[in-house]
Design a protein around this ligand. Structure first.
Ligand SMILES: NC(=O)c1ccc[n+]([C@@H]2O[C@H](COP(=O)([O-])OP(=O)(O)OC[C@H]3O[C@@H](n4cnc5c(N)ncnc54)[C@H](O)[C@@H]3O)[C@@H](O)[C@H]2O)c1
Ligand SMILES: CC(C)C[C@H](N)C(=O)O
Length: 364
């Protein structure tokens, strides 16, 4: 890919390519935009098919974090890191220590946390080398694993979306197709099961499927079949770009609401959902619970305060649906507009002259 042209098109600030031969670390850190504050975004470890695929994923995810943090009202910019490798086979301590040193070298421009393929234990190792990591063990006064909080936010957001799509926020008796039952989705299924929803699940990991079948009486289907099952709600909770030209014709759900980042392959797929009357919960709004939770660490972690903000995702989504209805625009566009307006308004504030972060006359 033409990296610099892509970065120019979407106005990225920085991409750092990290290599450490001894530990096998091959990582890409992307900082998209720091207008609102340091870039906070998770660390994904995935067995990418190619370096290009990893770079593209890091770039897309980093930009998504700018929008997520802005829409969530956080004073944080957006960034992301990916490590190329199989999280089940290729992890070692030195790899995360090496990455921690690269992150420390950015001097606070980027702060990391968990994403697909990484755990609290990995963050604890990174923490040996840098302060710029969140989601570490609660023993350090940190917030721990963000996944259950992300799941709670998705659950609340799903209820708000159901209110808009079906006229009631009850999920009792609704059939919900869940794609990927990993950390976030398992916890989401607990909430949905408790409320009386019928679950259909899939995963490329058979053990994850079995766990959900046993715990929630979920029906299991093959990964290729999940998109076309008869259901009320499709919940993408695996990887990105699942709403695309191939999957859209098969989709039977009335709404799409899940934890996955970058669910739309392209904006045009959000337009098609809107034209078909399928309510789409903008991914970076509904899945912001985790980042809201880890961001609270920067203030001195307070669980109640963080959860109160996560509860607010219900109303944030209702406001987005209101704008979408009023202005007859797709929901993803309504969300983008809110995020972009916040960033633009702060750009102006940031342009006020300060010398080394201080008032110009502060040496007197
Ligand atoms: N962890 C968080 O707090 C958080 C916060 C916001 C967004 N997200 C996003 O939510 C999604 C899930 O994150 P997670 O932390 O639960 O990750 P995870 O790795 O625990 O779970 C993802 C699951 O998806 C499965 N999967 C991958 N490809 C699949 C496919 N093609 N079909 C079916 N299943 C597939 C994996 O086997 C895994 O079980 C990701 O897109 C992530 O970026 C996570
Ligand atoms: C900061 C982390 C909790 C980020 C999370 N993986 C997300 O995509 O929002």
């Amino acid at each position: 890919m033409e990296i610099l042209s892509y970065m120019e098109k979407y106005d990225y600030e920085q991409m750092v390519v990290c290599q450490d031969k001894q530990s096998g670390l091959k990582a890409i850190i992307v900082i998209h935009d720091t207008t609102l504050g340091p870039a906070l975004g998770g660390l994904r470890m995935w067995n990418y098919d190619s370096e290009d695929a990893a770079i593209e994923d890091a770039l897309r995810l980093g930009r998504g974090m700018t929008y997520k943090n802005a829409a969530a009202g956080l004073n944080l910019g957006g960034g992301k890191t990916v490590i190329i490798g199989d999280p089940r086979k290729d992890k070692n301590e030195a790899m995360f220590r090496a990455l921690g040193r690269f992150i420390q070298g950015l001097n606070g421009r980027y702060i990391t946390a968990e994403d697909v393929g990484t755990t609290v234990e990995d963050m604890d190792i990174i923490h040996e080398e840098t302060d710029f990591v969140t989601g570490i063990s609660p023993a350090f006064g940190s917030s721990g694993n963000p996944s259950p909080v992300t799941a709670y936010g998705v659950y609340k957001g799903m209820k708000a979306t159901a209110k808009h799509a079906f006229g009631s926020d009850s999920l009792e008796g609704k059939t919900i197709a869940v794609q990927g039952v990993g950390n976030v989705a398992y916890s989401l299924c607990e909430h949905l099961h408790e409320e009386g929803a019928n679950l259909i699940v899939t995963d490329i990991n058979k053990e994850a499927v079995q766990r959900a079948v046993e715990a929630f009486g979920a029906k299991a289907v093959d990964p290729d079949d999940i998109i076309g099952v008869d259901c009320d709600i499709f919940a993408p909770c695996a990887l990105g770009a699942v709403i695309n030209d191939q999957t859209l014709p098969k989709l039977k759900a009335k709404m799409v609401a899940g934890s996955a980042n970058n669910q739309l392959l392209d904006d045009k797929h959000g337009d098609i959902l809107f034209e078909r009357g399928i309510v789409y919960a903008p991914d970076y709004v509904i899945n912001a619970g985790g980042v809201i939770n880890v961001a609270d660490e920067l203030l001195g972690y307070n669980h109640e305060r963080a959860m109160k903000k996560v509860e607010g995702l219900y109303d944030s989504l209702l406001s987005i649906y209101e704008i979408s209805k009023r202005d007859n625009i797709p929901t993803y566009k309504a969300a983008d507009r809110l995020a972009e307006e916040r960033i633009e308004s702060m750009k102006n504030t940031r342009s006020t002259f300060l010398q080394n972060g201080k008032h110009a006359l502060s040496r007197r």
